[in-house]
Write a protein that binds this ligand. Sequence first.
Ligand SMILES: Cc1cc2nc3c(=O)[nH]c(=O)nc-3n(C[C@H](O)[C@H](O)[C@H](O)COP(=O)(O)O)c2cc1C
Ligand code: SF4
Length: 504
Amino acid sequence: MKIYLPLDSAAVALGADEIAAAIHAARPDVTLIRNGSRGMVWLEPLVEVDTPAGRMAFGPMTLEDVPALFGDLAKHPKALGLTEDLPWMKAQTRLTFARVGVIDPLSLADYRAHGGLKGLERALGMSQADMVAEVTNSGLRGRGGAGFPTGIKWKTVSEAKADRKYIVCNADEGDSATFADRMLMEGDPFTLIEGMVIAGLACGATKGFVYLRSEYPIAIAVMQKAVEIARAEGLLGAKVLGKGPAFDMEIRVGAGAYVCGEETSLLNSLEGKRGIVRAKPPLPALQGFMGRPTVVNNVISLASVPVIFEKGADHYKNFGLGRSRGTIPLQIAGNVKYGGLYEIAFGLTLGEIVDKIGGGTASGRPVKAVQVGGPLGAYFPRSLFDTPFGYEEFAGKDGLIGHAGLTIFDDSADMLEMARFAMEFCAIESCGKCTPCRIGAVRGVETINRIKRGDAAAMPILTDLCNTMKSGSLCALGGFTPYPVMSAVTHFPDDFQTQKEAAE
Ligand SMILES: Cc1cc2nc3c(=O)[nH]c(=O)nc-3n(C[C@H](O)[C@H](O)[C@H](O)COP(=O)(O)O)c2cc1C
Ligand code: SF4
């Protein structure tokens, strides 16, 4: 009997390790594979049993549900049917996450059996320029937040002349409501390694680093083990897969600061310096890690590369909307009925994501707002739920999609408090290098406190302050904090008005 049970942090937090121990104790002969999560977090811990018809899902599992796994499966109280037939799974387009939850994350043989390394094998027969062109033609844009075209970044590094070049994977994943990087690293680490090797070949870089946040101990352990296996099996080392040039990589653990996700701050931290933002230019692509040309890409950007090379740029490009090509792993969280990871082509409307996929709020109360794109993203009211999920489409509504995290709030949310929280977050996380952010965020908290006390004169000051932060900050931490603040003011004026009236 073969059983799958996630080693994923969300599943473990909900009791997966205890379920694993109970399965082992009840039936030591069972082959238990600790896989990645299928992304249906409300069903974790999700057990899957291999049957002749396919994998049957059971969840959310409790210790009391374990003995029944060894009886008539159809009568199990937590039986959900075949995993692949569940509506959440069926409606997705899984390209980057195709293997997550399916394979044993630390079996290179399983990885190969599910299409792994096909992209790299194809890349090994291509010139550097053709590899870069493949990424450019796929339309892939950075999934870390800024949406910068990956092909252009790779071209800059590829064409730069230097004795050494680097590939740095940004796995800091500091945005609220985001967990795609973690789920990918825990569930399919070889996809990230393969993507980094292809990036190395395309750009002439021989060394890679994954900068991983310390709050992700399981992802760190899985990635470290995967790198060891990849090295032992010749995927990394002096000759990639016995044919290509050299490429090796290391996992580096960050101490944990939101600003260390910003690429130049990350590079400083990686070099052992204080995590403070560097002024640009010079671009990291020309003077990055140790002053050498460096690709800094998000986990999902790099993990999307293998499928682009395996299936071709056109295949990837054919999904999506406008200038947002391919698929995006949506991370649905907050006060929501069905929270989790859902990979789909760009283009669904925000309303479809929140109401149909997320199923509305967990509290059962009406949805009031959705913050899209992490702590620097705007709050969207229901009147903007027809906005299609795409970079330009969200920018057109004074928002951003960022790393595609969505935090849902019901009608009990106080948007003045949320605006205040955004300023407070910026004040705490500011690296302190520039005045509009370092001082502005503190003044922002004070100004919102004045509004809360009913001081109407503080309203225009808040707008003015936001404009200064937007145009005068050195990086997007100070520069984008006005998005959540001003969207709260614009779309939920009553929450600011009520406070004033109450004080009058
Ligand atoms: C304050 C701040 C935090 C950031 N945090 C992250 C992060 O955790 N992960 C990430 O990939 N990008 C983060 N970014 C964006 C990076 O600076 C950079 O754009 C990204 O790593 C580039 O990779 P991509 O082109 O593949 O998205 C952050 C940016 C800012 C301003
Ligand atoms: S905006 Fe804030 S985090 Fe960014 S450089 Fe300025 S002080 Fe540092």
